[in-house]
Design a protein around this ligand. Structure first.
Ligand SMILES: Cc1cc2nc3c(=O)[nH]c(=O)nc-3n(C[C@H](O)[C@H](O)[C@H](O)COP(=O)(O)OP(=O)(O)OC[C@H]3O[C@@H](n4cnc5c(N)ncnc54)[C@H](O)[C@@H]3O)c2cc1C
Length: 355
């Protein structure tokens, strides 16, 4: 396993760990979920509620039944790596940035950015290298960035946020943006991950400066500004891209597979991708096992991985992408949905729809 970073390392994120993440890890090994919770005990907020704040200011509080938590990626990702080291014989190479990959019929050569490090040869490469994946850019057929399937988001950490229970994640939907939202997520120890994300299409068209948008929201929005009047900003506002699911990005080829953001598997409705990264990672590991047993690494054989991703993840993401597009720009519909959710039956439907 190679990573350009050395852990613990930060990753720009909202830090909401979707509940399926722990379920997927538990399928790998029953010890993983409880061990992870223990490792994260000093650095997490257990979240039982979400508050959806409609553009008209009305709020809907949803109670979740499955355990979920928020935890800074600085700690969460390091805890995952601890599990890998404790439970597997994986060789982990940190500070190994991949610059170039060359696939041939016999294998893949992986070239490091640092000339002092050795190039490597692999039978199969699984690209889990995020939104700017070098594996995707070098081994998949060239494709232009499609801003309709891309989001960008910014975030910073704050403390001293008003009206902020430690068990509740807040989502603010805003009249002036077609899709996307502003979030206030507790991450433990009185710290909040606060951010804003929108479709890249809209960001480019309106030439939005997301850092400025977040700053304006926290100082001027009628509900957010009072909550942030006494807040202390702990880190600079920083941003990163989110490749959305439903785009049909190829996830395999001869001797390579893609997972997580590299495979564009982020939920277009919520902007969550940690659970999909873990799930696709498990599917890729299963494919690797089949491939080594059959000694087959060609594109035809690896296509089974693409079918599995489509069946278990892709179809649902494509449906949620269509739903996100349907809601985009319809602030009145979000207002209506939050109003209607006061009736338990409709509330159940809404909770199921947003997931
Ligand atoms: C602002 C923002 C908020 C978000 N909020 C949430 C949220 O609250 N909940 C949620 O579930 N998802 C959220 N997401 C999405 C989530 O961050 C990603 O879906 C998730 O991190 C994907 O995991 P991954 O392992 O595919 O990629 P990453 O987490 O990006 O990991 C990629 C790894 O590859 C390494 N790497 C990259 N390039 C190279 C290279 N050339 N050589 C070697 N190593 C390399 C990196 O160091 C990194 O460790 C958010 C994203 C953004 C940008």
């Amino acid at each position: 396993m190679l990573d350009k970073a050395s852990f613990p390392r930060d990753k720009i994120c909202g830090d909401a760990i979707p509940s399926p993440t722990l379920r997927h890890l538990a399928r790998l090994d029953a010890a993983y979920a409880p061990e992870l919770r223990e490792l994260l005990a000093p650095h997490r907020a257990d979240t039982t509620f979400s508050r959806l704040l409609a553009p008209n200011g009305r709020a809907l509080r949803i109670q979740w039944h499955n355990p979920a938590c928020n935890s800074p990626r600085l700690h969460f990702d390091a805890a995952l790596l601890t599990l890998v080291r404790r439970h597997t014989a994986t060789e982990v190479l940190e500070n190994y940035a991949v610059r170039k990959l060359e696939a041939d019929t016999e294998g893949v050569t992986v070239w490091p950015a640092d000339p002092a490090r050795e190039p490597l040869r692999a039978a199969l490469v699984i690209g889990c290298d995020g939104a700017n994946s070098v594996v995707y850019r070098q081994l998949a057929p060239p494709a232009r960035l499609n801003r309709a399937y891309q989001c960008a988001a910014v975030r910073a950490y704050y403390q001293g946020v008003g009206e902020a229970p430690e068990n509740t994640s807040d989502f603010y939907f805003l009249q002036e943006f077609r899709a996307g939202y502003c979030w206030v997520f507790p991450v433990g120890n009185g710290v909040y991950n606060v951010g804003f994300g929108a479709l890249s299409e809209e960001i480019a068209y309106r030439r939005l400066d997301l850092k400025q948008v977040l700053h304006d929201l926290l100082t001027k929005h009628p509900q957010l500004a009072p909550r942030f009047a006494q807040a202390i900003q702990l880190t600079p506002i920083t941003g990163f891209g989110l490749p959305l699911g439903g785009s049909g990005r190829p996830v395999h080829g001869g001797r390579w597979l893609l997972c997580g953001d590299a495979a564009a598997l982020i939920d277009p409705l919520q902007g969550h991708g940690i659970d999909k990264a873990v799930h696709s990672g498990i599917l890729a590991a299963q494919q690797a096992q089949r491939s080594f047993q059959a000694a087959r690494f060609d594109a035809d054989y690896l296509a089974e991985y693409a079918r599995q991703v489509e069946r278990h993840i892709g179809r649902e993401l494509a449906r949620r992408y269509r739903f996100m597009r349907f809601l985009a720009g319809k602030a009145w519909l979000v207002n209506l949905a939050v109003e209607a959710a006061r009736w338990p039956w409709l509330r159940q439907k809404l909770v199921r729809a947003v997931g």
